[in-house]
Design a protein around this ligand. Structure first.
Ligand code: R5P
Length: 323
């Protein structure tokens, strides 16, 4: 039996029971007649509105609090404030921080209950993507756990620059990866950077992609992770003296990787150092670590003061390309 089958069965069974329950009454929203509608989770409202604009689609507002201030225990609440009956709904919700995962499930369920014809989950940052296998016996393969639950109410998934794109092939619904590097490339091209640096082997594919857009030379470092907060790089001569350099990575978490790479660049005479990432988590002492850089840019897959580049055009293109 494939990984997909039990979930499809679960979803169908669940929906079947729900529809046979006489007490279930769909919310009587007006039908606007649009072909596609966008719904944004509370951490992805700006990106979702940008996407609706790119697609010329309707935007359905959502109430995230039943009472001002929300529930005292921090539980999430959602209520659709417009119709999605019969519509193809684009549900945009990032999965960081953790409560946003619950909110994603609530929204998907509410959208289905309201009679959507098709639900496409846009998960700009796919949290738990790094637990993509069972490293130790007894562990959850967390990335698959999320995918299974998204598949209960969503027909397909589109995410951006995921840790292991191969994992998407194992998901129970069609799942696609869109690259966030073109968005970073657009920004860096207009910032006139002289040089790009991948802070580790893993980021080489990212820096290569950005370099095709910015037409700048690049190099990479060898990184060894000591623990969650500490990394060590192998000393290497870089052609950065007097240059403006962008360090390009998929994720900035604690900023330890960027700080270590930035120090190396400074010690080799780089004039200006900026950090560019798709997903800016900025946890723990990240802001302190990032003082090693002149500027930090991230995309809006996760909202933060550094989210200066929108990936709405990238997701719009991906949605237009769906079957
Ligand atoms: C690792 O493979 C990733 O590409 C990033 O380099 C890493 O997640 C960054 O973490 P931190 O900011 O905590 O060094």
């Amino acid at each position: 039996m494939s990984f997909a089958q039990p979930i499809r069965t679960l979803a169908v069974g669940y929906r079947g029971r729900e529809k046979s329950d006489d007490s279930y009454t769909p919310t009587p929203y007006d039908v606007s007649g649009r072909q596609m509608k966008v719904v944004g989770g509370s951490t992805s409202v700006l990106l979702a509105k940008g996407l609706a604009s790119e697609l010329s689609a309707g935007y359905v507002e959502v109430a995230f609090e039943r009472h001002p201030g929300g529930f005292p225990d921090g539980e999430r609440y959602v209520r659709l404030l417009g119709s999605v009956t019969g519509e193809h709904v684009i549900l945009v919700q990032t999965t960081y921080p953790d409560p946003m995962i619950v909110e994603l499930f609530l929204l998907a369920d509410a959208i289905r209950d309201a009679g959507a014809r098709r639900v496409t989950a846009i998960v700009p940052y796919f949290g738990y993507g790094r637990q993509d296998k069972r490293f130790l016996e007894g562990e959850a393969v967390s990335a698959k756990t999320l995918a299974k639950h998204i598949a209960v109410d969503c027909d397909e998934l589109v995410t951006m620059t995921i840790h292991n794109p191969e994992l998407l092939k194992t998901f129970p619904i069609p799942a696609h990866e869109v690259s966030g590097m073109p968005a970073l490339g657009r920004h860096l091209k207009s910032s006139n950077m002289d040089f790009l640096l991948a802070p580790d082997d893993n980021a080489v594919r990212f820096v290569k992609e950005v370099s095709q857009i910015t037409a700048t030379p690049w190099d990479y470092l060898q990184k060894e992770r000591i623990d969650s907060y500490t990394v060590r790089i192998t000393p290497k001569k870089l052609a950065v003296k007097g240059k403006s350099v962008a360090i390009v990575d998929d994720v900035i978490s604690t900023g330890g990787t960027i700080a270590t790479a930035a120090k190396e660049l400074r010690s080799q005479g780089a004039r200006r150092v900026i950090a560019a990432c798709v997903h800016g988590l900025f946890v723990d002492n990240a802001e302190g670590n990032l003082k090693a850089c002149d500027d930090v840019i991230a995309t809006d897959t996760i909202q933060s003061p550094h989210a200066k580049v929108s990936v709405a055009p990238e997701f719009a293109a991906a949605i237009r390309a769906l079957d």
